[in-house]
Ligand binder design. Structure first.
Ligand SMILES: Cc1cc2nc3c(=O)[nH]c(=O)nc-3n(C[C@H](O)[C@H](O)[C@H](O)COP(=O)(O)OP(=O)(O)OC[C@H]3O[C@@H](n4cnc5c(N)ncnc54)[C@H](O)[C@@H]3O)c2cc1C
Length: 284
């Protein structure tokens, strides 16, 4: 396992917030992950860092960073795919395509590790990772035992999961059940979704996707539009002029700039619409 000290986290969070941690570990195997938790008492885990707000300039802790490593994968003839948590959803969706397997098309354009996707119950267009999930192997930090849990016992909700509610459990390996389908149909769905999403999202600035969860009966982007908040800026962070649901880093945004915008949006939305917004991104 590679280990670095005084490690620059800027390239490992999609907001590109500048921050440093005391030590960063890059595991390649399950044994590496288990040994990290056996030997570190204060820690933070990053899958691919696409849904986090780094709120500190310096972390006096150890970071475990998957970043596309820890990514062994196997596929059987019945369409069952078994992969380690660090593999990216891009790679996984491309592998599914190569094997004429359908079910991961939307993840072609959701930047994520497999573990992060399970924790966040990531999804789009009415589909979520839970739809194709069978079971998960995880490390329970309470007793340091490796265990398995079936989908039925995970109580998935919109952008919420057993693992988000239990942050002392680490996703190690995931079983997905995909369906055989014609390759060109799978490819067409992947490309269509990507084109539609790129037309709406502010790809020109670093961001971490939608800041808030969608509240029942409301659209965050529409409420922010109505409040004339598009372009609202604090320091280097700005509510995207293209999509009100995104905050973008237009310069040297700090975690505090982003959190200050979030507080202001929450205050104004509550005042005008009576809606309590819930932040989707994880503040670290
Ligand atoms: C341009 C853009 C578009 C996006 N569009 C979407 C979208 O359409 N739908 C959607 O759902 N999301 C979207 N997102 C958000 C993001 O892609 C998802 O939340 C993704 O699943 C995050 O995965 P990650 O590996 O990057 O997690 P990270 O950001 O690394 O981590 C998120 C949280 O999960 C925890 N975690 C990560 N891996 C594990 C693990 N193995 N075990 C336990 N805990 C773990 C971390 O500690 C952290 O608390 C978008 C983001 C961007 C930048």
């Amino acid at each position: 396992m590679k280990v670095h000290t005084n490690f620059d986290l800027t390239p490992f969070n999609s907001y590109r917030i500048k921050a440093t941690c005391r030590t960063a570990y890059f595991p390649e195997t399950e044994a590496d992950v288990v040994s990290f938790y056996q030997n570190n008492k204060a820690y933070v885990l990053l899958g691919s860092g696409h849904n986090v707000i780094l709120s500190k300039l310096y972390y006096d802790t150890s970071f475990l960073i998957f970043n596309g490593n820890y990514s062994d994968v196997s596929i059987n003839s019945d369409g069952m795919l078994v992969a380690e948590a660090g593999i990216t959803m891009l790679r996984l969706s491309e592998l599914a395509l190569e094997n004429s397997l359908s079910g991961l098309e939307i993840f072609y354009d959701i930047p994520s590790s497999l573990g992060g996707a399970v924790v966040m119950n990531a999804g789009a267009s009415g589909e979520e990772i839970k739809d194709v999930l069978l079971k998960v192997r995880f490390l329970d930090l309470v007793d340091m035992q490796v265990k398995e849990i079936r989908k039925e016992d995970m109580n998935f909700e919109y952008r919420n999961s057993f693992f988000q509610r239990n942050t002392d459990k680490v996703v190690l390996k995931v079983w997905l059940q995909l369906l055989h389908k014609e390759k060109n149909l799978i490819k067409e769905k992947m490309e269509t979704i990507k084109v539609q999403r790129w037309a709406k999202q502010p790809k020109e600035f670093p961001n971490a996707g939608s800041v808030f969860k969608r509240p029942n009966g409301f659209y965050v982007g529409a409420m922010i539009d109505e409040l004339n908040l598009k372009g609202f800026t604090i320091g280097g962070a700005q509510i995207s002029k293209k999509h009100g649901g995104f905050i973008v880093n237009i310069g040297e945004a700090t975690g505090k700039d982003i959190l200050d915008i979030i507080s202001e949006v929450k205050r104004l939305v509550l005042q005008k619409f009576g809606v309590e917004l819930e932040v989707e991104q994880r503040v670290i």
